[in-house]
Every structure is written in C-alpha cells, then in structure tokens.
Design a protein around this ligand. Structure first.
Ligand SMILES: [Zn+2]
Length: 155
C-alpha cells in the first residue's frame, strides 16, 4: 500500500512539473518585448502599454519618423480633424477616418495600438509635420485643417 501511494505522488509531482514547463514556454512565446504584434494585409499593428511607449517597428526608421509618431499622439484632437491625402481614406476595406488613423488604430484602457502605415508614407508624415508646425505658430485647428486641405488636396 505504501509503495502504491508513493507512486501516486511521484506521478502527480511529474504531472505538475510538466504543467509548469508548458506554461512557462507558453508565456515566453507570447511576446519577448511585451509588445503585441499582429499583421493584416497592408499594415502591422503593435499594441503598447501607454502612449509613452512607442512601437518597436520605429527602430527601423529615422528619428524624424519616431518624433512624428510621438507628435501624432500629442496632437490627437487635431489629427482626428485632418484628412489624409495618401489614398488611405478611399480604401475599400478599413478606410482611414482621419490622419490620426495613419499612426494610431485606437486606444483602449490606456493601451494604444499603433500602425506602421505612416512609416512608409511621405504624405502622412509631411502632413503631421506641417500641421504641428502651424499649431506651434498658434494657428487654430480649423485654420490648420483648411491649410492642409489646400496644400495636399489633389496631390
Ligand atoms: Zn494615410
């Protein structure tokens, strides 16, 4: 009887050990950097814990691009009023609703989902640069929308 009982405990212990190993591997697989990445047909989406943490994919691009991504979040209200003229607002699927969407797909519970769309788009980046410059000069959001429309419409 004693032997059988020992065997039972050994089996249970082995089972537990295996479970721990499997769980540990699963955790490691989910994400090395703590950023959640997913792909769809034309963009890479990366979720970070807050807007202060920029997505990893920016390390492949220039400091200017990195800075513009930070500005996109800083000027959320303005960017949501601006049209993007790179063609993304005419997509048949998942068309962008504003220039903001070229940088940030959305926010939920403080977490932010970035898209790499603007990293490959001169129009998306130039529009933000121009808009932020105008904002810094003291222009109103409404006037900036008009100026951007005038400069980029029909490009
Ligand atoms: Zn765009």
């Amino acid at each position: 009887m004693i032997r059988r009982r020992n065997l039972f405990w050994i089996a249970l212990l082995t089972f537990c050990l295996f479970s721990v190993i499997i769980t540990a591997c699963g955790k490691e697989d989910s994400s090395a950097s703590g950023q959640h990445t997913s792909h769809n047909s034309h963009e890479t989406l990366v979720e970070t814990a807050s807007a202060k943490e920029l997505p990893d994919f920016l390390s492949k691009y220039t400091p200017r691009t990195r800075e513009l991504y930070a500005k996109a979040d800083e000027h959320e209200e303005l960017l949501k009023m601006l049209n993007c003229y790179c063609g993304c607002m005419d997509y048949a699927e998942d068309a962008h609703t504003s220039l903001y969407r070229c940088y940030i797909q959305g926010k939920q519970d403080g977490k932010i989902t970035w898209t790499d769309h603007a990293t490959q788009c001169g129009i998306c980046t130039n529009e933000v640069k121009d808009a932020v410059d105008m904002k810094n000069k003291g222009m109103s959001n409404e006037d900036i929308v008009k100026a951007i429309d005038k400069a980029y419409k029909g490009i």
